[in-house]
Design a protein around this ligand. Structure first.
Ligand code: PFF
Length: 452
């Protein structure tokens, strides 16, 4: 199958890399990675996370790209087509369905956090954080998320931006945006790492916290969290990369491309940690402060920096862009499927998806204010529960099925033709996809369950 997708195509391999990195690099790296690492004790968690990226994440990313690029359809139909061309049951499309549901659930809380980011663009720009103490930074954060109307408004604005961009198609506009914004984000992160290294006086403490092998603190539950974070940060297990793979040109090696994306993504996550933890220690904040961590430490740092008002404002703008380029990939599987199913326009499809996500997102909007005492699982608000269930259960489960499908079910004729450019990495990938990735996910699930 060499034809193009009806949804459009990336103009080159580079554009695919940019779009897929745009999907991967997002709130998961800058907001979620540091706080989840903090809650799970740091070092050992980070090591497990890195192992998961390389042994489980990259093989699954390759599997998603191969399936998507072969079928050139939405993940639901791509799974069905790939299965029937391999003489397997079309029921495999259920994996695509699971991904669409996960996409809705993730975006419903992702857009709420991205709304916080948007609000912080203006708060930093206004100068309220200039010269502020850690305690007051915490108070400003709590005051903001406690205000239901403000959170609702920013959430709605972010979702609307996402829907509008998706409705226009993943066009040159977006490709161009990613091309310029990602390098600037990278550059600003490097500046912040240097700032943290030079001025915080606690840089080594931060490094130690992130990289010391303190395995006593590690529980199976935190291993599950590390694995979930690896899936989330690489946008795996729900078909986002499969959808993007459907628009990828044939003349690119899959494994090389996937590895590059994973390395870039990991770099951004580690740098975020190296910015945030030295500041946490320098200001005697809690490393396990939870979802608010970034919203307290970063404004604090910017507030003490020369030119921090502008700098901080720009930084949050870039984080917001990183969030948008991830958000559009979260709804792409659902939109592409609706277009194929209803033969409707992209606009209508995007609007339908947007409204559904908005309704579901209300639960997360309320989680820090009127529903802050409502716990779904133990001690977890609606927002926390959405996050926990998708990252730690649905994405890894989707990932297992995708790896097993690509490794065992997909016909070798299809595989051979998709992987001609991958040389000896091809058998290595096959081994990881067939045995290591599914077994590792299964073991972590099983042990975490036993422990509860
Ligand atoms: N990878 C994104 C991030 O790290 O922020 C989040 C994400 C995007 C997860 C797309 C899943 C997905 F399909």
């Amino acid at each position: 199958m060499t034809s193009d997708s009806i949804h459009g195509m990336w103009s080159s391999r580079l554009m695919f890399i940019l779009a897929a990195s745009g999907s991967a690099v997002g709130l998961g790296n800058i907001w979620r990675f540091p706080y989840v690492a903090g809650e799970n004790g740091g070092g050992a968690f980070v090591i497990i996370y890195l192992i998961c990226i390389f042994l489980i994440g990259i093989p699954i990313m390759v599997s998603e790209i191969v399936i998507g690029r072969f079928a050139r359809k939405s993940p639901i139909n791509a799974m069905a087509t790939a299965a029937s061309k391999s003489n397997a049951s079309r029921k495999w499309q259920l994996v695509g369905w699971m991904g669409v549901v996960a996409g809705f659930m993730i975006l419903s809380f992702y857009a709420v956090i991205a709304g916080w980011v948007l609000s912080y663009v203006f708060q930093l720009g206004s100068g309220v954080f200039v010269g502020i103490s850690g305690e007051s930074a915490e108070q400003i954060f709590k005051g903001f998320v406690g205000n239901v109307w403000e959170v609702l408004a920013w959430f709605t604005i972010f979702l609307a931006i996402t829907v509008v961009i998706s409705a226009r198609g993943v066009s040159a506009g977006l490709e161009v945006a990613v091309k310029y914004l990602m390098p600037i984000l990278f550059f600003l992160l490097v500046v912040l790492v240097i700032y943290a290294a030079v001025t915080s006086g606690h840089f080594l403490e931060g490094v130690n916290f992130l990289f010391s092998f303190n395995f006593e603190k590690l529980t199976w539950n935190s291993v599950l969290e590390a694995m979930g974070q690896a899936f989330f940060t690489l946008s795996l297990g729900m078909g986002a990369i499969m959808a993007y793979g459907a628009y990828m040109p044939k003349d690119a090696s899959v494994i090389g491309t996937a590895t590059m994306i994973a390395l870039m993504d990991t770099g951004v996550a580690l740098m975020s940690g190296l910015v945030i933890f030295p500041l946490v220690f320098a200001n005697s904040l809690e490393s396990s402060a939870g979802p608010g961590l970034m919203f307290i430490t970063l404004p604090l740092a910017f507030g003490q920096m020369v030119g921090g008002q502008i700098f901080g404002c720009v930084f949050f703008v870039l984080v917001a862009f990183a969030a948008v380029t991830s958000a559009i990939s979260l709804i792409e599987p659902a939109i592409a499927w609706l277009i194929e199913k209803l033969k409707t326009s992209r606009r209508v499809a995007a609007l339908i998806v947007g409204v559904c996500v908005w309704l579901l997102g209300l639960g997360s909007v309320f989680s820090t204010n009127i529903w802050s005492d409502l716990f779904i699982f133990d001690e977890m608000t609606f927002l926390d529960s959405m996050d926990y269930v998708t990252n730690n259960i649905i994405l890894p489960l989707g990932g297992i099925f995708i790896a097993i499908f690509a490794g065992w079910v997909l016909s070798s004729m299809i595989l051979d033709s998709e992987m001609t450019l991958d040389g000896w990495f091809y058998p290595v990938w096959k081994f990881l996809a067939r045995f290591i990735a599914p077994a590792a996910v299964a073991i972590v699930f099983f042990m975490a369950l036993l422990q509860v």
